[in-house]
Write a protein that binds this ligand. Structure first.
Ligand SMILES: [Zn+2]
Length: 166
């Protein structure tokens, strides 16, 4: 039996040794590794190349589904808001994190123009008018027509996808 937590730590350590950032994700299904990735932001300059995102993409491509029901996802640290959102979208049975953001903060910081590690979750909870990320609502009545069009093309239903029972 593979120690999936240890595999996650080993992947992240290896990534750091290769000049990458200290994060990794391992996705497990039926007792086996379905997909895994380290964070590849430093290697690719893609700010969305977090370990969770890359591993979820690989797992969903392999399974041919956008639902990861029936999987357990191991992450080195509690996920950032972007990855937390992606975890909600793919519906795994469980997410296992091996350290907290508070625990790694003395050793690793990745603050940006509009957030610090400690304020990122609070930013999301704010009304859009009060976020530090400048956002502007530019209403167009025809924008919602795109959704009407989708509904028409899909037999009048409005549910895009239903997660299979896991
Ligand atoms: Zn992330």
């Amino acid at each position: 039996m593979v120690d999936f937590a240890q595999r996650t730590i080993d992947l992240a350590r290896q990534n750091v040794a290769e000049g990458g950032r200290p994060f990794a994700t391992v996705i497990v299904k039926d007792g086996e590794i379905l997909a895994e990735s380290a964070n590849k932001v430093a290697q690719t300059n893609d700010p969305t190349a977090h370990a969770e995102i890359l591993a979820i993409r690989e797992a969903c491509t392999k399974l041919g589904t956008e639902h990861l029901v029936g999987t357990t996802i191991y992450v080195l640290a509690h996920p950032c808001p972007m990855c937390l959102g992606s975890l909600y979208y793919c519906s795994p049975d469980e997410v296992v994190f091996l350290t907290t953001r508070d625990a790694y903060e003395p050793h690793y910081v990745d603050d940006r123009k509009y957030f610090e590690l400690a304020t990122f979750y609070e930013e999301f909870a704010k009304d859009w008018r009060h976020r530090r990320l400048p956002m502007r609502y530019q209403p167009r009545a025809t924008a919602v027509d795109v959704y009407r069009f989708w509904q028409e093309r899909n037999g009048g239903q409005r549910t895009a996808t239903v997660a299979p029972p896991g």
